[in-house]
Design a protein around this ligand. Structure first.
Ligand SMILES: Nc1nc2c(ncn2[C@@H]2O[C@H](COP(=O)(O)OP(=O)(O)O)[C@@H](O)[C@H]2O)c(=O)[nH]1
Ligand SMILES: Nc1ncnc2c1ncn2[C@@H]1O[C@H](COP(=O)(O)OP(=O)(O)O)[C@@H](O)[C@H]1O
Length: 167
């Protein structure tokens, strides 16, 4: 299905290759809408949707979410972005996902991040995520401004916690 005049791109690469970080810059620079499969899954998990509950059971075990589940979720979301230029991040990750995407949309550009395994290992060791916002940092490449902060706890109390969680 070709969407005339619209720009559709995919960014691919292994976990830790920098998809999220680079996507953030590309979408700002070229005014694209960013759709990240990981963010969408986390949003569903947070909202305790049916798909979120299924996805959580796989993610908690370090497995990929089944192709049919993630494909349905992403294609449904892309349907709401019919008139947008977009950058898809984290999907497709398997051949069946790539075939499903190819059948549904014409992709103009694919960015494949080719990063050496050792570099990925080093980056992931230094990767930190702010749990509240999902922002990704790197203690060497892109350090956060604040490492410890105070905030209101769930029970209304105030407690001090480390702002970032190592992934
Ligand atoms: N040194 C360096 N670190 C990077 C670069 N891009 C991303 N990172 C860091 O590498 C880690 C993984 O990046 P992320 O965007 O989460 O990768 P993703 O899993 O592919 O989405 C994070 O800590 C980033 O801050 C880069 O170009 N250079
Ligand atoms: N296209 C996909 N197919 C299957 N599972 C996915 C897909 N995208 C994301 N997931 C699941 O969500 C998790 C988090 O994804 P993501 O935020 O992209 O992190 P990372 O790229 O660092 O693994 C993955 O480990 C995987 O279990």
């Amino acid at each position: 299905m070709a969407a005339r005049g619209l720009f559709r791109a995919v960014i691919m690469g292994p976990p830790g290759s920098g998809k999220g970080t680079i996507s953030e810059r590309i979408v700002k620079m070229f005014a694209l809408q960013h759709l990240s499969s990981g963010d969408l899954l986390r949003h569903n998990i947070h909202g305790k949707t049916e798909i979120g509950l299924v996805a959580k059971s796989y993610i908690d075990q370090g497995q990929l979410v089944p192709d049919d589940v993630i494909t349905k979720l992403i294609l449904k979301e892309l349907n709401t972005m019919r008139s947008n230029n977009w950058l898809l991040d984290g999907f497709p990750r398997t051949v069946p996902q790539a075939i499903a995407l190819d059948e549904a949309h014409q992709i103009n550009s694919v960015i494949d991040l080719n990063v050496p395994f050792q570099t990925i290992k080093d980056r992931l060791t230094a990767r930190w995520i702010h749990p509240g916002s999902g922002r990704v940092y790197n203690t060497e490449f892109n350090p956060p401004k604040v490492s410890v902060m105070t905030c209101a706890g769930r029970g209304g109390g105030v407690f001090k916690f480390y702002d970032l969680i190592l992934t």
